[in-house]
Design a protein around this ligand. Structure first.
Ligand SMILES: Nc1ncnc2c1ncn2[C@@H]1O[C@H](COP(=O)(O)OP(=O)(O)OP(=O)(O)O)[C@@H](O)[C@H]1O
Length: 308
């Protein structure tokens, strides 16, 4: 179980994590979603005891991390974004090496390595890790994170640069870990990769948790919004006209090339075209872009607009 309460981390007076509170129970897969710089890694580093919070606290199975860093490390399996392995050793040899650091008896260690390699589909693979694909390395990283039989597994950007097969393998493995009643925290800036596996998603922006809920909660909100990104290019000697419309959420105008990028609650191209026509402005281009779901979600929660 993970309990984060009023957690703050400041770097030179700037808050990277700002009054963050999250609770995650055993069996849950929590997806921490946020753009680059949102504070995901900083949160994870505090949870694993690698850096100290400025204020607030984190508890793992009830044990406070900053006061009991060694006890907590035994409970946590952590996979950083870039996992390091010995390229000239096999998966089994790598796991045995790292497992030795936990002081497990030899037979128990070998059985554990075999069991973990079976779980991640690398059992019996004889080639050395230097010849592995990114997906195979990630799977081995997930195995490594479980060597100490942790109750909490934390994975930082586990799907970065994985191919679709790699992502699907990763999802299956994560679900199996949670089935053992372990607590899983996964960070990502790609919604589609965590939405299908997470039992709960938290959206982090500028160090704050701006929204938390199930995937269903998020997707229904976004579907209702039906966000549209509209690109406009006009011909005018005057500055780019500001378009006012109740459905516009955000707009960026560029006077140099007379363009605008509008994010609206629905496709309002017809209204925009009418607005420009009334102002006698010649329209050179008016196109609709499909926003990615994560863009839509981040815009939605960034601006704090409601579905109404
Ligand atoms: N050691 C540090 N010193 C100063 N500022 C830092 C340090 N580490 C992180 N930051 C700042 O804290 C903020 C949060 O960074 P963090 O790495 O936690 O975000 P993130 O969500 O993990 O992003 P990314 O996916 O890019 O790693 C950023 O503004 C970052 O520049």
């Amino acid at each position: 179980m993970i309990e984060i309460k009023n957690l703050v981390k400041e770097y030179n007076g700037v808050r990277a994590v700002d009054e963050l509170s999250i609770n995650i129970s055993g069996g849950e897969i929590y997806g921490l979603l946020g753009p680059n710089g949102a504070g995901k890694s900083t949160t994870i580093l505090m949870l694993t005891g690698l850096i100290l919070p400025t204020s607030g606290e984190c508890r793992i199975d009830g044990v406070e991390v900053s006061k009991n860093p060694i006890a907590v490390k035994k409970k946590i399996g952590y996979m950083p974004e870039d996992v390091g392995f010995y390229a000239n050793l096999t998966a089994f040899e790598n796991l045995s090496f790292f497992g030795n650091l936990y002081g497990l008896p030899q037979k128990e260690l070998e059985d554990r390595c075999d069991e973990l390699l079976k779980q991640v589909g690398l059992y019996g693979v004889s080639k050395t890790v230097g010849g592995y694909s990114k997906g195979m390395r990630q799977r081995l990283g997930i195995a490594k994170a479980q060597l100490n039989d942790p109750t909490v597994v934390i994975l930082d950007e586990p799907t970065a640069n994985l191919d679709p097969q790699g992502v699907s393998d990763y999802r299956r493995i994560i679900k199996n870990i949670a089935k053992q009643d372990k607590t899983v925290l996964v960070s990502s800036h790609i919604l589609s990769e965590i939405s299908k596996v997470s039992t709960k998603i938290g959206i982090l922006q500028k160090g704050r948790l701006v929204r938390e809920g199930s995937w269903e909660d998020f997707s229904s909100g976004i579907e209702m919004m039906n966000l549209s990104e509209i690109r406009i290019n006009v011909e005018t000697k005057d500055p780019m006209p500001e378009i006012s419309h109740p459905k516009i959420i955000s707009a960026e105008y560029k006077n140099e090339n007379k363009t605008a990028l509008i994010t609206a609650k629905s496709d309002i191209r017809e209204d925009i075209s009418g607005f420009l026509y009334d102002k006698k402005i010649i329209l050179k281009n008016l196109s609709l872009d499909s926003t990615t779901l994560e863009d839509a979600i981040l815009t939605y929660y960034n601006t704090g607009v409601s579905e109404s």
